[in-house]
Design a binder for this molecule. Structure first.
Ligand code: ZN
Ligand code: ZN
Length: 347
C-alpha cells in the first residue's frame, strides 16, 4: 500500500510539471484514508450479491448471444480522414463502443481506443464484440494524442495502446492519475497522468482532465487505486467533451458552466441494466440527454452501446430511447446523433 501511495504521489508530481493546478476552477479528485480515489458523493453502490451473481451467470450464458439489432457498420478506408489531418475540418468517426476518432484544430485524437475482440483479463471469457471496428488501425491518420477515461478493460485496451505506440512514437497518451504505470510497463512512452482540473496544452488545443462519477478496477485488489475521468478538448474553433463511463451527476452542470458551451459532446447511452447494479456508475439514454443539456451541448453523439455484450438491456433499446428523449427535450432530435460504426460526420 505504501508503495502504491508513493507511486500516486510521484505521478501527481509529474502531472504538476505539465499544468498549473492552482489556477484550476475544478477540485482535484478526493481520496479516502487509504489513499484510494473516491467520488465527491461518496462510494458508489454496485448492487447486492443477489443482483450481481445472477448477472455474472447471465453474462456467461450469453456466449452465443446474437448481434441482431447491433449498430450498422460502414467500412471506413480513412482516405478522407488522412487528407483532412492537415486541412482541419472538424470531424468525428465512431470506431465502436467508447472509441471515437476526432479531428479539430489540425489535430487527430482517439478516445478510449479499443480494437480488441474480447477486452478482458481472460480474453476467452471477455464480452463478445458484435460489430467490427469501423476502421483498421493502419488506416487511421497520424494520431497526435489519445485520452483514456479509466482502467476498465473495455476502455483501457493495452494491445491497442501498444499498437498505436508502435505505429507512431510521437503519439501522446493522457490518462487520469495512477494509470501511467500500466502503460509504461507495456513499453508505451509519452504517457502523462492528470488529476481532475489539470490541463495540458497541445499546440493551440487545451486538454482538460475532468470529473466523472465512476470507479476503477483491473485486478483482484486494486479497486479505485487509479482515477477515472472525463475529458474536454477545447480549441480556437471547436469545443469537444468526452464523458468516459459515468453516472449522471451534478458535475455536468459545473463543467458546462465553466467550459461550455460545447460544439459536440460524446455521451454513453448503454450498460444501464440491471438498474440496481449500474444506476450510480452508468447513465441511461434519458440521463445522457440531461447530461448533454447540462453541458450546454450543441450536438450529442451516443457511444458505449451495441458494440460489446456488456449488460442486460436489449441491443435495440438505447438508441431508440436516446432519440425519443432528445426529441422531447430542448436539445431536439436532429442534434442527437446515432451514427453507424465507421461513419464520419463533420461538426
Ligand atoms: Zn467502466
Ligand atoms: Zn464501459
Amino acid at each position: 500500500m505504501g508503495l502504491c501511495v508513493g507511486g500516486l504521489f510521484l505521478s501527481a508530481n509529474i502531472a504538476l510539471v505539465l499544468a498549473d493546478f492552482s489556477a484550476s476552477p475544478f477540485d482535484g479528485a478526493p481520496r479516502d484514508e487509504e489513499g484510494r480515489f473516491t467520488n465527491p458523493s461518496g462510494e458508489l453502490v454496485h448492487g447486492t450479491l443477489e443482483v450481481r451473481l445472477p448477472f455474472m451467470l447471465r453474462r456467461m450464458g450469453t456466449y452465443f448471444r446474437s448481434g441482431t439489432d447491433a449498430p450498422e457498420r460502414v467500412a471506413n478506408d480513412g482516405v478522407f480522414l488522412r487528407e483532412n489531418a492537415q486541412q482541419g475540418v472538424p470531424t468525428v468517426t465512431w470506431i465502436g463502443h467508447a472509441t471515437l476518432l476526432v479531428q479539430m484544430g489540425g489535430v487527430s485524437f482517439l478516445t478510449d481506443p479499443t480494437w480488441s475482440n474480447r477486452p478482458s483479463p481472460v480474453p476467452l471469457l471477455g464480452p463478445k464484440r458484435f460489430v467490427k471496428p469501423g476502421m483498421a488501425i493502419a488506416d487511421l491518420p497520424p494520431i497526435d494524442f489519445v485520452v483514456i477515461s479509466h482502467n476498465h478493460y473495455d476502455h483501457l485496451d493495452l494491445p491497442t495502446l501498444r499498437e498505436l505506440a508502435k505505429r507512431d512514437a510521437n503519439t501522446k497518451f493522457y490518462v487520469p492519475l495512477g494509470n501511467g504505470d500500466l502503460l509504461r510497463k507495456a513499453d508505451i512512452t509519452g504517457v502523462y497522468e492528470l488529476d481532475w482540473g489539470q490541463t495540458v496544452n497541445f499546440g493551440s488545443i487545451v486538454i482538460h482532465c475532468l470529473p466523472a462519477r465512476h470507479w476503477s478496477k483491473r485486478s483482484i485488489n486494486d479497486d479505485n487505486k487509479s482515477l477515472w475521468s472525463s475529458w474536454a478538448i477545447t480549441g480556437e474553433e471547436k469545443r469537444f467533451y468526452f464523458s468516459g463511463d459515468t453516472g449522471y451527476f451534478p458535475g455536468f452542470e459545473d463543467i458546462g458552466n465553466k467550459l461550455g458551451p460545447f460544439d459536440l459532446v460524446a455521451v454513453p447511452i448503454g450498460a444501464y441494466e440491471p438498474v440496481a447494479m449500474m444506476r450510480e456508475s452508468h447513465m441511461n439514454p434519458e440521463e445522457a440527454i440531461a447530461a448533454a443539456l447540462d453541458l450546454q451541448a450543441k450536438k450529442a453523439i451516443a457511444i458505449h452501446y451495441g458494440t460489446f455484450d456488456l449488460s442486460d438491456e436489449p441491443l435495440a433499446e438505447p438508441p431508440k430511447r436516446f432519440l425519443a428523449a432528445a426529441k422531447s427535450s430542448a436539445l431536439g432530435g436532429s442534434a442527437a446523433w446515432i451514427v453507424k460504426v465507421g461513419e464520419t460526420r463533420t461538426f
